[in-house]
Design a protein around this ligand. Structure first.
Ligand code: FAD
Length: 117
């Protein structure tokens, strides 16, 4: 069995990857229902996140920095900024958010047009 710190880091890595990829594929012009779905997703993600300390701390961050769901760009930049807040707390380097949309390509091409929230 791997050391707990390694497992926790792997979980974090995968979780961030999923979150950033979801945000980078959020509609450019979301409907009211799509906005509401993303907000709920982020709050539920924070609630079910299986590292208790991380979840508690992330929920506090969400209160201070609520998810920005107005567009794909604002959602992706919000995700990058909140991840940077966590990086800061863990003494990790700040990530450059200027190319966040290109950084998280899901490889799903035109699929987004069929997405139905
Ligand atoms: P990660 O932070 O996992 O990032 C993965 C990759 O994403 C990086 O290699 C980089 O390429 C890219 N990246 C880095 N910063 C950004 C950014 N701002 N925007 C977009 N992409 C970026 N661990 C704890 O020990 N304590 C905690 O309280 C804690 N809270 C967490 C809360 C949440 C919601 C999540 C998802 C994880 C949390 N973690 C916590 C885990 C921690 O954030 C890291 O995932 C873990 O330490 C592994 O770090 P890493 O160096 O592999 O990079």
């Amino acid at each position: 069995k791997m050391a707990n710190e390694t497992l926790k880091a792997q979980l974090g890595n995968s979780a961030w990857h999923l979150l950033h990829t979801v945000l980078a594929r959020f509609p450019e012009e979301p409907s009211a229902s799509e906005k509401s779905t993303l907000k709920q997703f982020v709050h539920l993600f924070a609630q079910v996140y299986p590292c208790g300390d991380c979840a508690r701390h992330f929920q506090k961050l969400l209160k201070k920095y609520p998810p920005q769901v107005g567009s794909r760009k604002t959602a992706a930049i919000w995700g990058c900024h909140i991840h940077n807040k966590v990086n800061e707390r863990l003494n990790k380097d700040e990530y450059d958010c200027t190319k966040i949309l290109e950084d998280y390509d899901c490889g799903c091409g035109d699929d987004e047009k069929k997405t139905d929230f």
